[in-house]
Write a new protein. Structure first.
Length: 291
């Protein structure tokens, strides 16, 4: 009985420590989100934009941001409550919760944040549309060349002044030949850096968003064991990879490719993530293994 109680107590302590750790790791994200809304409440859009990611600011001008906040009632912010917090090792986090306005109404909200120069910045902001609907009203960063959308599909219905959707941000799903080319190019660039024992070439080939989160030194550290293994991936340049799953573009406009190279005695499996920057798909995440 005592042993059982000790085990239960140990589990309880572990859960408490995990909760404390999550709150610790996400505290700066919450500070960024709350500071953003406080600046909005003070009608200081210039200050509010300092809490936005570079891609967000490039796609959303002050007028468009002001219009979105006005139509969503978020400009009447009083306080926030974040019930769900998530953070990943890649410098990406999410906050889900609600904003309470001065009138006492509650607005559900979801934020995606990214690390830029060591600080959390807001990458996307979403508010589920009220009433009967199958779509979300959202603010999502797009490649700078994409501009600001003033309407949302379907074209037959009127929408708010600012609706930037993940569909628009990601453009459209690339065709099969481009998917294969993207996978091969990423593996090639990674292999070049492994041979050079430096991730500099690889870093120069990835998305601006990833570059902002990881310096060459950090990538060298992250892939240190792989570099030390002195792997030669040049043989993969002459092989087309096989995609194991149907490529998907998620709500944030991130394209995921999963597949493998038919090599022997072991096969090379990979998972690569891309975002559309300036009309081109750029690498956001890279993982591979031998099986």
């Amino acid at each position: 009985m005592k042993k059982t109680l000790k085990i239960v107590a140990g589990i309880a302590v572990f859960i408490i420590l995990v909760v404390i750790l999550v709150f610790y790791l996400t505290s700066n994200m919450v500070d960024t989100a709350n500071s953003f809304f406080k600046a909005i409440k003070q009608n200081d859009l210039t200050k509010a934009q300092t809490y936005l990611a570079e891609e967000f600011k490039a796609a959303t001008d002050e007028k468009a941001l002001k219009g979105f906040l006005a139509t969503s009632a978020l400009a009447n912010f009083r306080e926030t409550s974040w019930g769900e917090r998530q953070v990943s090792a890649g410098g990406r986090g999410e906050l889900s919760g609600s904003v309470t306005t001065e009138s006492g109404s509650t607005i559900p909200i979801k934020m995606t944040l990214v690390k830029e120069r060591g600080e959390w910045k807001i990458y996307s902001l979403r508010r589920p549309e009220a009433g009967l609907t199958t779509k979300d009203e959202s603010v999502t960063p797009q490649p700078p060349s994409a501009g600001v959308a003033t309407k949302q599909e379907p074209a037959t219905s009127q929408k708010s002044p600012l609706v930037l959707t993940a569909k628009e941000a990601s453009r459209s799903m690339p065709g099969k030949p481009e998917q294969i080319a993207l996978a091969k190019r990423s593996m090639h660039d990674f292999g070049v850096s492994l041979k050079a024992k430096s991730m500099e070439h690889f870093r120069n080939s990835v998305s601006n968003l990833w570059q902002q989160q990881f310096s060459t030194e950090k990538l060298n550290e992250a892939y240190g064991k792989v570099i030390e293994a002195e792997l030669d991936l040049s043989a993969l340049d002459t092989i087309d990879p096989i995609l194991d799953e149907e490529p998907k573009i998620d709500k944030d406009g991130v394209l995921t490719l999963k597949g493998h190279y038919q090599t022997h005695p072991k096969q090379v499996y990979f998972q690569e993530k891309f975002i559309n920057e300036g009309g081109a798909w750029k690498l956001l995440g890279f993982h591979f293994r031998f099986e």
